[in-house]
Write a protein that binds this ligand. Structure first.
Ligand code: NI
Length: 227
């Protein structure tokens, strides 16, 4: 399931975050790559342990914690500290798959990547190219979202970033381990949750059928979740 989450950061938060990271020092993006990725990847990245990356990462994590849609769609157990990258002057990231296990260097923090996330941090009109192209069962989808919006997509998918031919594409990217490992189970829970919220908007949370359906949601989550 690919899902676009609008407004994870508002315009003011994007501007603050960009001011912070634009002033920092960037390095070659291959610092974090596995061997296969390193062959395909041409971009710049904020060093993982730089103060700017850490502060900006905390801003993203705070925003994620306030996003009901992110929590409902991802059912996150662990989130990898957000990283930041930048593409310009024809830079791109060829087709690759993200590592199954991510280990944060110098720590014992490790996660299984169930979902990959890209939080767009540049106005789409300010650059050409730079679509995130995700290959799924229905073919390849190119995605380019407004600044502050985020794409969640299966970490199992092959994906690439198209060459940026004008301007700069700046984004935050990270992975999460979901409480619900199975993608179909996770999608079913999200669809059930979305439907319950929609009906509850009409009938109220206290409606007996809503209460019963909410119970079904939690009983399925109890059955499928590890935490
Ligand atoms: Ni990737």
């Amino acid at each position: 399931m690919m899902i676009a989450i609008p407004g994870v950061l508002d315009a003011e938060a994007v501007a603050r975050l960009r001011a912070l990271i634009d002033a920092a020092e960037w390095i070659d993006g291959n610092a974090t790559s596995g061997h296969q990725s390193a062959l395909a990847k041409r971009n710049a990245q904020l060093p993982e342990d730089s103060p700017a990356a850490r502060e900006a990462g905390r801003m993203v994590l705070d925003a994620l914690g306030r996003s009901a849609m992110f929590i409902a769609a991802g059912l996150p157990l662990k989130v990898y500290p957000p990283l930041f990258n930048r593409y310009a002057g024809g830079q791109a990231f060829g087709t690759h798959v993200d590592n199954a296990i991510r280990i944060q260097r110098g720590t014992d923090f490790r996660i299984r990547s169930d979902l990959s996330a890209t939080l767009f941090l540049a106005d789409p009109d300010s650059y050409d190219g730079g679509e995130l192209i995700v290959e799924g069962q229905m073919g390849a989808h190119g995605v380019k979202l407004p600044a502050g919006d985020m794409l969640l997509y299966p970490a199992t998918s092959l994906h690439r970033v198209a060459p940026v031919t004008r301007g700069e594409r700046v984004a935050s990217f990270f992975w999460l381990q979901s409480m619900v490992r199975d993608e179909n189970a996770r999608r079913t829970l999200f669809e059930l949750d979305t439907a319950i919220q929609a009906v509850a908007a009409d009938r109220g949370q206290g409606d007996p059928a809503i209460i019963q359906l909410t119970g079904v949601y939690h009983n399925l989550l109890r059955r499928w979740a590890d935490c």
